[in-house]
Ligand binder design. Structure first.
Ligand code: TYM
Length: 337
């Protein structure tokens, strides 16, 4: 049996945080040997919010280096940059023309980001999920491992596939585009902000204190956890809807320490509240990120290594992407060169 194919990606906007790691990258790493993997740095998506041209290339490299630092093995998995393969933009245009506008207007993330970005909403922000669908469909991915916030975009991707195959491939035995399945793990799928347990940890939150970056040093991590929002209740517990921060911090500890919820609950029962818990959480986060940081600096300091990985990734991914694009164009009736 050939392995099922995985595709996923992260936007190179700002610094990757533990939400990106626990919701997405860690799961890519854990399942890596079981699948045929494609991981892309989605730099075209980064233009949907105001961006700094002086930082884009550097953030793109940093994101790719972090994939490797987190445990993605370039021998096992194809790592590439979205904008290096023009088929992504081209398929987006083709799929735009079969995607009803009101499907895009319904997207929760569009509505939320449009409010946040105020005057600065470009057409790309609305179109963002079609570009994401193109990323997935070009590689005929079976599975897409993401955090909870991307679920609706995957549903849209599936709707686009069904519509496209119905309209342009109903006479074929094998569908032109493969219907992908989301892969969303329960644990870590929605890591919340350190300053507000009711909102998601996010790269675009103006407050640095709201998130822990994968490259934060030990002092910064300790400071962020020391100052993070908690409450005045001494007992520590999971699942109390009135205490979202408490649930979030205990969950972070459980995932990173590899302990079950029950074990964490039992451990916390002996504590004297946040004063005991926060240093323990800080130490656990620091110890979990330390090997990632060591590997990251090895990767970026090895001259030419990352460029070689991205070049090989571009060649391998490009061959598959352009083949799918050709099939799509042929189904749409284009005169092929
Ligand atoms: P992005 O860059 O916002 O996030 C990258 C991945 O991290 C997950 N994530 C989280 N998981 C748990 N808790 C959080 N607080 C948290 N914040 C982010 C996201 O769910 C995502 O899996 N549109 C996507 C990138 C993308 C993509 C794709 C993903 C573009 N094309 C194709 C999969 C397949 C995005 O902006 O993710």
């Amino acid at each position: 049996m050939p392995k099922q194919r995985i595709l996923s990606g992260v936007q190179p906007t700002g610094n990757l945080h533990i939400g990106n790691y626990l919701g997405a990258i860690r799961n890519w790493v854990e399942n890596q040997v079981n699948y045929e993997n494609f991981f892309c740095v989605v730099d075209l998506h980064a233009l949907t919010a105001p961006h700094n041209p002086n930082e884009l290339a550097e953030h793109t490299r940093r994101t790719a280096a972090l994939y490797i630092a987190c445990g993605i093995d370039p021998q096992q998995s194809t790592i590439f940059v979205q904008s290096h393969i023009s088929a992504h933009a081209e398929l987006t245009w083709l799929l735009n023309c079969i995607t009803p506008l009101n499907w895009l207007e319904r997207m929760i993330q569009f509505k939320e980001k449009a409010i946040k970005q105020g005057e600065n909403v470009n057409a790309g922000l609305l179109d963002y999920p079609v570009l994401m669908a193109s990323d997935i469909l070009l590689y005929q991915a079976d599975l897409v491992p993401v955090g909870e916030d991307q679920k609706q975009h995957l549903e849209l991707t599936r709707d686009i596939v069904v519509r496209f195959n119905d309209q342009f491939g109903s006479d074929r035995d094998v569908p032109i585009l493969k219907l992908p399945e989301p892969l969303i793990r329960k644990e870590g799928a929605r890591v919340m902000s350190l300053t507000d347990g009711t909102s998601k940890m996010s790269k675009s939150d103006p407050s640095e204190m709201s998130r822990i970056h994968l490259l934060d040093d030990a002092d910064t991590i300790a400071k962020k956890i020391k100052r993070c929002k908690t409450d005045t209740i001494r007992e520590l517990e999971f699942d109390n809807p009135d205490r979202p921060e408490c649930h979030n911090l205990l969950s972070l500890y459980a995932i990173l320490s590899g302990k079950t919820k029950e074990a964490v609950q039992a451990e916390c029962a002996d504590m004297r509240g946040w004063g005991d818990f926060k240093p323990l959480l800080a130490e656990t986060v620091i110890n979990s990120l330390q090997p990632i940081q060591t590997k990251y600096y090895e990767v970026v300091n090895e001259k030419g290594y990352l460029d070689r990985v991205l070049k090989a990734g571009r060649e391998k991914a490009g061959a598959i992407a352009f083949e799918t694009l050709k099939q799509v164009k042929s189904a749409l009736g284009f005169l092929l060169p």
